[in-house]
Structure formats: structure tokens, C-alpha cells
Design a protein around this ligand. Sequence first.
Ligand SMILES: [Zn+2]
Length: 281
Amino acid sequence: MPPARAAFYAATVAALAFSARAALVGPPPLRVAALVAAVYFSMLMVGVLVLRLRVFVDAVIAGPPGSRGVVLTFDDGPDPKSTPRVLEVLAAAGVTATFFVIGRKAEQHPEIVREMVARGHQVALHSYAHDRLFAMRGPAAWRRDLDKGLRVLESITGQRASLFRPPIGHTNPHVAGVMHALGLTVVGWTVGARDGVRGSPRAVTDRVLKYAKNGSIVLMHDASERGDFEPAAVAALRDIVAGLAARGLPVVSLADWLQPLREGGAATGAPSVTTNRAPPA
Ligand SMILES: [Zn+2]
């Protein structure tokens, strides 16, 4: 079990015990009650915001131990302008990536999603609507959105997506159940390129090359969330792939990493896979 999840479980038990004691023995001083509530709420919020801690759901955040190379992932597409540019750079370098597409955008540009598949890339789900407040929604809303996204992708590619990355990486206590019900594996990341904000291609390249190592999953964007600017990774991608190669880090496929993890996880009936490596900053 990820250490942060164990800590959260322990905090939940302690909070329940505190409440039971308050009910049986009498209310604690207000200051103590406020402190306990603040600590517990802070732990809950960290769990919601920081996917790599895997407080609420198992998630792939890096390759299996000993894995070689780096996996490239792209969120928030497809976009008719920027995604084809990303596909061209990847093709020129002879590498493949995993695209976490937004169902609503895939519906508008199915030909780009088909092009991803035709070029050997993996198409995965990044929700249908990319609701920024998704973590505030209950399980029914998650299922509605993800069901819709899965149906859209299946109608385009002919295949059911098995990987999911939550919008802005936020999760909540309902997510594990929904993932299990829909047969989805959550994929996080090891190195965020920070290209979803308006950064320079140079800064994005430097950041990825600084932190990527064997087993890293790199998070980039082939489109901005609202399609209103080109993420810096698009212009940086050629240098990133060349820089990784120069450092002896080949770009590899996420599917190759997940296969042995899945086979290992099958014995325990785990709905998804977990890696326990601590990611760099
Ligand atoms: Zn996103």
C-alpha cells in the first residue's frame, strides 16, 4: 500500500475515534477540535491534489523496477493544429507515445484520433468533458462522463480504452470503485513538463531533460485545454526526443511496461497496477 494511503487510513481511524470520544465523554476544547479537523482536511486535500501519492487509487506513475527508457504521454488533445505537428515529430523520430484525449474533442476531430492509431500510438481517456471540478463530483457523475468518453473512443478506434488520466490529476475517494467498475487503470506521471501553462519551449526541454531517467513517464500536452494557445512541448518536442536519445534514454511504449505489471497484478486480482518508486520533483 502506498505510504500516503496508509497514513490517510490511520488518520481516518483516529478522526473517527476522536469523534466517538467527543460523543461519549463530551466535546473537546474548540481549539483541539478545530486542529483535528484542519489536519484531517489537509490530508484529504493533499490526497485529492497529488495523484502520485496514490491516496485514493492505484496509479502507474513510473515504469516497473529496472525498466529502460522513457514513456512520452500527451494530454488534452486532439487539436487540429497542434496534434498533427506532434504526430509529425514523433514519426520523424520513429517513436510512439500515449495520448490521453478528451472525449469531447475526439468527437469533434475523430480523424486525428484515427491517425494516432494508424501511426501506432496508444489512445487513452482523459475524461469526456475535462471538468476541472471532477474531484468534487460523486461516483455517478464520474461514471456518466467516463462511460461517454469510452464510448466515443471506441466508436472511433474500434477498441475500448483501458487507461485513464484524471483531469488535472485530481482524484477523490470514489475513483477506485469507478476504475474497477469500468476496467480502467489510472496513469499518472513521473516528470511533468509544465507546458500546460504558457512556458517557453526551452524551459520545457530543460525541465524534461533534467528530470527524465530510466522508467520515467513524461507528461506533456499536444493541445491546450481550451485550444487557445499552443503548449510549449509542441515546439520543444524535437529537442526533447533528441536530448533523451543523447542521454541514452530511448522512447519506449507504455503498453510494454504495463504488460508485465498486469500479469503480475493478475495473481492478486488487483484492478490496476501500482509502482512504488518515488518520483523526482
Ligand atoms: Zn488535462
